[in-house]
Design a protein around this ligand. Structure first.
Ligand SMILES: Cc1cc2nc3c(=O)[nH]c(=O)nc-3n(C[C@H](O)[C@H](O)[C@H](O)COP(=O)(O)OP(=O)(O)OC[C@H]3O[C@@H](n4cnc5c(N)ncnc54)[C@H](O)[C@@H]3O)c2cc1C
Length: 390
């Protein structure tokens, strides 16, 4: 079998959930959620626990966005290592963020316990490719241990060119589309696929949502639209950018098949149970080209990923090439809560490439808040990022 050329876009490697039957759209709902990725679906899920009726509107199909196009790592923290985060945010704040993502993992594990088919916790690796990053990761190990996170520095790894590696034992990995399906199970009849939201307006009685299938009125609307948010909420402080990935046909077992994140996260890979290598990154080769929300293959980046797959796993056949849209924010932290100046409109987005580390917990906290029984940590409040945006 021949490899798929570097310029060809195909479907991601992950199984796509069965399409849902078309059902008439209700005219009213308590909460309308826009987007059926991990955020929208888990939010609907958490809302049912408060007996709040919701409708999820998805223009394409469940998992069509980044939730079906990622690498499936479930990591502690942000895209930076712990030492870099401590330097940037301060020690207490960094610890708070890492603890938040640990709670997110607990939420995920609760729903996926025993699901060997879609969830594993065997840790992950942070792999430095130069001495500066190696020193930073050794500092990260010390800080993480002092703050109660399980991290172990190894002076050597089998990754070619590595300068050691930091193993983070609490990290996990998922088949991302199966996770979304698992959260969706109790709320499937609330999800409407193939319905595009065209606009959202605050009104005297709540919120009016105009869609390709008619209007809906709601008490609240939540944008769970991640990198696509600015097209519905112009001026939202969300910066969409692309990530490129590929998956090979099964390869012989790597000595470390766990999720690995090298060169400050610019290269990432894991080997699935059946031997397929799932690998992505190299956005740093052409960052300006990769801004935007269109699904477009970048042949130069795909070629670089391919070459790195050869370094890691030897000769291989590429079976899938795909791209997905991530959502950046000005301070690299998510935006969760009420949109300033837009009554009844909420946002739950902006995970900076770490949605499976943050989204479920963010949605959980937003559900509690909409039910009047919880508080979202202030570091997630959207107003910090909307300041100055009109
Ligand atoms: C290549 C790549 C690799 C990644 N790897 C990882 C990883 O290993 N670990 C990790 O934690 N995170 C990773 N991420 C990030 C993670 O995938 C995202 O943060 C997460 O999936 C976001 O989920 P979401 O539900 O908020 O958004 P999405 O999954 O993007 O869902 C948004 C949905 O909104 C829908 N929508 C948009 N506009 C409208 C509209 N007007 N009307 C109706 N529907 C609309 C879209 O169709 C889409 O389905 C990666 C992302 C990419 C792209």
């Amino acid at each position: 079998m021949e490899s798929i050329p570097a310029s060809t876009l195909t479907a991601p490697v992950w199984p796509i959930p069965a399409r849902l039957p078309v059902r008439p759209l209700p005219r009213r709902a308590e909460v309308v959620i826009i987007g059926a990725g991990i955020t929208g679906v888990s939010l609907a899920h958490w809302l049912t626990l408060h007996d709040i009726d919701s409708v999820v509107l998805e223009r394409d199909h469940m998992t069509a966005g980044a939730s079906g196009r990622n690498a499936g790592f479930v990591l502690l923290g942000t895209a930076q290592n712990y030492a870099a985060a401590v330097a940037r945010f301060g020690r207490n704040f960094a610890r708070q963020i890492w603890e938040f993502t640990r709670d997110n993992h607990v939420d995920l594990r609760h729903w996926l316990e025993g699901r060997q088919d879609c969830y594993r916790q065997r840790g992950s690796w942070l792999i430095p490719l130069d001495t500066t990053e190696a020193l930073e990761l050794q500092a990260a190990e010390a800080l993480m241990r002092e703050d109660g996170f399980l991290a172990t520095w190894h002076a050597k790894t089998t990754v070619p060119g590595s300068q050691g590696g930091l193993h983070v034992a609490e990290d996990g990995e998922v088949i991302p589309t199966r996770v979304v399906e698992a959260f969706a199970q109790p709320v499937l009849e609330r999800v409407h696929e193939g319905v595009s939201v065209l606009s959202i307006e605050s009104s005297a009685n709540g919120v009016r949502i105009s869609t390709s299938a008619g209007e809906i009125e709601a008490v609240a609307a939540v944008l769970a639209t991640n990198g696509f948010t600015p097209s519905l909420l112009p001026g939202a402080p969300i910066i969409p950018f692309r990530g490129q990935m590929l998956a090979t046909e099964p390869l012989p077992r790597l000595s470390s098949p766990e999720p690995a994140y090298a060169e400050h996260g610019f290269r990432y890979w894991r080997q699935l149970e059946d031997g397929r290598l799932v690998i992505g990154g190299f956005r740093n080769l052409a960052e300006p080209d990769e801004m935007g929300d269109e699904l477009r293959i970048h042949p130069q980046i795909q070629t670089a990923i391919d070459a790195y797959a050869t370094e890691l796993g030897g000769s291989h056949v590429v079976a899938h090439r795909w791209t997905g849209i991530m959502a950046g924010t000005p301070d690299d932290l998510p935006l969760v809560g009420a949109v300033p100046g837009r009554l009844g409109i909420y946002l739950c987005a902006g995970y900076n490439g770490h949605g499976f580390g943050f989204a479920t917990r963010c949605a959980h906290m937003l559900a509690d808040t909409l039910a009047g029984s919880g508080e979202i940590p202030s570091f997630l409040h959207p107003e910090r990022a909307f300041a100055g945006v009109s």
